[in-house]
Design a protein around this ligand. Structure first.
Ligand SMILES: Cc1ncc(COP(=O)(O)O)c(C=O)c1O
Length: 425
């Protein structure tokens, strides 16, 4: 059993949580699936970097450039350690969305190059005879890049459906077959909270020689994840959802796959040799980090993972599980409230979507906001998932290490107040 989390002590590390909103209401922040708040350690690390060592990395012969490069590569090593990976397999991107585009563009770039006679790895060449497989619970970030890839190459987009309970319909695994070139799936859904058996999906992808991609945006911040052990070829996630700064995301890649992939963004810092008419590219991860990268953000994210390591990811996961169980129980006891996603605390994380009979989710969100409770409303960038459940939108509460049951109580009181206000109690 992981040690219990001292939430009151943790909260002191997050200055924003001390503020009030909407007049004098204490802030109850239940929107960490959108972005997490940042501890002082992360803010300090970024400021200290700018105050002492700011310089462009991997160039320049001066001391600051050396220190900045050490700080940047040190952050890469810390993040790699956090997910059980080797630093050379970690690529910095702007966010997970860019990471997923990096993956999708590897295929469209390889396909276009092959059409013009360049030698590329055939795994990345797509045509009308091929398929790309996602799920019906993808964030748009892991759907639209693949839709675009299919539009450019003529490949067919397929998906694995979702059951009424909010789990992946594993009876539909056979959409992954000998035509499949890519399987790209979310580890933990941002709208339903469902945790998917990605090892199973990746194994099926590999059975047919497809490249396996995992969107781990909502899992890595909340539970221990040994990234190489997921069995994927590429895994992507964002720093800002795991206490780190905005403007930084990660792609972990199997080295052999990264080496076979054409670059996404091109320019300075990602090259080996440059002539007027052609260039050769640096090995990964530099091949995928064109231009001056987000150095201060990497340093901030390095501090974030050290903070999470100090708390302990087992402790984080246990805390999230307990608070999710409490929230599910409380919501279930409210008449007129329907959870969209797994109603039991099995194979699910802490993002909980729900609808309230007779009240539009935006109105629920507004009444909660009036009381200082910050939740997300809308389709959560998972519009097809909303359609699957015949709802235009949901209200979503999502927690992290700085939340406790009193925050759930505040949300529940707000929902009851909304029901009374709209006369649907
Ligand atoms: C599951 C999932 N995938 C991808 C993303 C996109 O992340 P970002 O906006 O940081 O690129 C999100 C963001 O909410 C997400 O929850």
């Amino acid at each position: 059993m992981a040690p219990a989390l001292d939430v009151q002590r943790v909260r002191k590390d997050f200055p924003i949580l001390a503020r009030t909103v909407r007049g004098d209401k204490p802030l109850v922040y239940l929107d960490s699936a959108a972005t997490s708040q940042k501890p002082v350690a992360v803010l300090d690390a970024e400021r200290e970097f700018y105050e002492t060592s700011n310089a462009a990395v991997h160039r320049g012969a001066h001391q600051l450039a050396e220190e900045a490069t050490d700080a940047y590569e040190g952050a890469r090593a810390a993040i790699a350690r956090f997910v059980g990976a080797s630093p050379s397999d970690i690529v910095f991107t702007k966010n997970a969305t860019e990471g997923l585009n990096l993956a999708a563009y590897a295929f469209s770039n390889a396909t276009a190059k092959a059409q013009h006679g360049s030698r590329v790895d055939p795994r990345f060449i797509l045509g009308p005879q091929d398929s790309v497989v996602v799920t019906e619970m993808e964030h748009h970030a892991n759907l639209i890049p693949w839709q675009e890839l299919c539009a450019k190459t003529g490949a067919q987009l397929r998906w694995i459906g979702v059951t009424d309970e909010g789990y992946l319909n594993l009876d539909e695994l056979d959409v992954i077959d000998e035509t499949t070139k890519v399987v790209s799936v979310v580890h933990q859904s941002n709208i339903l909270g469902t945790i998917n058996p990605v090892d199973l999906l990746m194994a099926r992808a590999h059975e047919f020689g497809a490249v396996g991609v995992v969107d781990a945006c909502q899992s890595i911040p909340h539970m221990p994840v040994d990234v190489p052990a997921l069995g994927a070829d590429l895994v992507t996630w964002s720093g800002h959802k795991m206490l780190g700064p905005t403007g930084i995301g990660l792609v972990w890649g199997n080295q052999e796959v990264l080496e076979a992939m054409p670059p996404f963004l091109t320019g300075g810092s990602m090259i080996e040799t440059v002539y007027m008419d052609h260039s050769t590219f640096a090995p990964p991860p530099q091949r995928f980090e064109a231009g001056v990268p987000m150095v201060a953000q990497a340093v901030g994210l390095g501090a974030a993972v050290r903070y999470l390591e100090d708390v302990g990811m087992d402790t984080v996961a246990q805390h999230e599980h307990d608070i999710t169980g409490y929230a599910l129980d409380r919501l279930e006891q409210l008449p007129g409230v329907r959870i969209i996603g797994p109603a039991s605390n099995v194979s699910r994380g802490s993002a909980i979507s729900f609808v309230v009979d007779g009240i539009h989710p935006h109105d629920v969100g507004q009444i909660l906001d009036d009381r200082g409770v910050a939740v997300r409303v809308g389709h959560h960038c998972a519009w097809p998932t909303c359609r699957r459940f015949n709802v235009p939108a949901t209200t979503r509460l999502s927690t992290y290490i700085y939340n406790d049951n009193s925050d759930i109580d505040a949300a529940v009181e707000g929902i009851v107040a909304a029901q009374e206000f709209f006369g649907v109690a």
